[in-house]
Design a protein around this ligand. Structure first.
Ligand SMILES: [Zn+2]
Ligand SMILES: [Zn+2]
Length: 371
């Protein structure tokens, strides 16, 4: 095995990624070094790249990216199995959490690892052990205590890559809304998260799923992922008219569940309006700190509406996400999610091509790096 690996270092918005060669870390007894096979560019990666919110980076930059799949390159001496107790060896393909619930806080003590405030590490650069901190590199170091699961052979790397972010995130988010059999669901945003949420909502028993976006190509993809109705903001520019359509499609009531997968908070008030009395709003899209939106709290009170915020997920979701992909193969076109592939040294091109904000069209649903 090589003694070094390549990584793309981010130096801040507007600056190009810089490719660097780094020594492979000494693997701790309970750590695992993963050789990354596919690393996707997720919407949140674009937020950082674009500079949607202030970001403090170390002097030597930041190695980031989190949506990925890979093979075990080096197994710590004390690791014999994956998180389900399945025997694990070097060379095995694995899906894994890219965050680490601390096990030493109030949320962890209450069995809510997804709410642990310490689970995501601050940006770290190439000089800091274990050097490989993110997906945009040839290797990823899974820290001691990290959750990982063997991947069934019948799923390709390209299909599995979104499991540890987009897919698990939407499964967990919809679970947290209390989505029930026969519910109606509004999905705002038909990017990677939105279309996968559409399929998951259908599989969870939603009677009708309405997807809202402004790009026709994305809405067409949402249909293939099970959307019963699509609403194009360009075709229906009047907000009141959109609300009327949602009411019409939900028996005059409004949706039981509405979800923000857009990433810009301006959509939130409209999503809340699309809910029925007693409905639940899932907030996942807006991760940028400091951005704000005005809402009228009395509408929540008089409407008995709930807002649920979800960042990441509990580790039990990953094996269920893998099962879901096997079970629904042929029903949803998961192979259409990844539209473009790039080498690691083409990362700047890949980010530029993935940018959709402020554009009318994008042909990219998900771009992947093959490092
Ligand atoms: Zn992500
Ligand atoms: Zn914790």
């Amino acid at each position: 095995m090589a003694a070094t690996g390549k990584a793309a270092v981010f130096h801040g918005p507007g600056k190009p990624f810089e490719l660097t060669e780094l020594p492979l870390p000494e693997v701790e007894p309970r750590g695992i070094l993963v050789r990354v096979s596919v690393a996707n560019i997720c919407g949140s990666d674009l937020h950082f790249w674009r500079g949607d919110a202030p970001l403090k980076l170390p002097d030597d930059g930041w190695i980031y990216g989190h949506e990925m799949v890979g093979r075990v390159a080096r197994l710590g001496a004390e690791i014999k199995t994956d998180s389900l107790g399945e025997p694990l060896k070097e060379g095995d393909r694995v899906a894994y959490c890219y965050f680490y619930p601390c096990g030493r806080c109030y949320a962890c003590l209450n069995n809510e690892p997804a709410s642990c405030p310490n689970k995501v590490e601050r940006p770290r650069g190439p000089r800091t052990f274990p050097h490989f901190h993110g997906a945009f590199a040839q290797y990823y170091y899974l820290r001691p205590g990290g959750f990982l699961f063997k991947v069934p052979d019948e799923l390709s790397d390209e299909i599995v890559a979104p499991v540890n972010c987009a897919l698990s995130q939407v499964i967990y988010g919809l679970h947290k809304t209390g989505l029930r059999f026969g519910d109606s669901v509004v999905i705002q945003g038909a990017g990677g998260l939105g279309v996968q949420a559409t399929a998951v909502a259908k599989e969870m028993g939603a009677a009708s799923v309405i997807v809202v976006d402004q790009l026709a190509g994305r809405l067409e993809l949402a249909k293939a992922f099970g959307a019963d109705h699509t609403l194009n903001l360009k075709e229906v520019p009047d907000r009141k008219e959109r609300l009327n359509l949602v009411r019409k499609w939900t028996g005059g009531r409004g949706a039981d569940v509405a979800c923000d997968f857009v990433g810009f908070p301006q959509v939130i008030p409209e999503g809340l309006d699309m809910l029925r009395f007693g409905g639940t709003y899932l907030e996942v899209g807006t991760i940028s700190r400091g951005v704000k939106v005005e809402i009228e709290p009395s509408l929540l009170v008089w409407g008995s509406k709930k807002i649920v915020g979800v960042i990441q997920y509990d580790p039990w979701v990953i094996p269920r996400a893998l099962d879901f992909l096997i079970r629904t193969r042929g029903r949803f076109p998961f192979d259409r999610l990844l539209s473009h592939k790039y080498r690691l040294d083409q990362i700047n091109e890949a980010f530029a091509a993935s940018e959709w904000h402020g554009r009318d069209t994008t042909t990219i649903t998900r771009a992947a790096l093959i490092p």
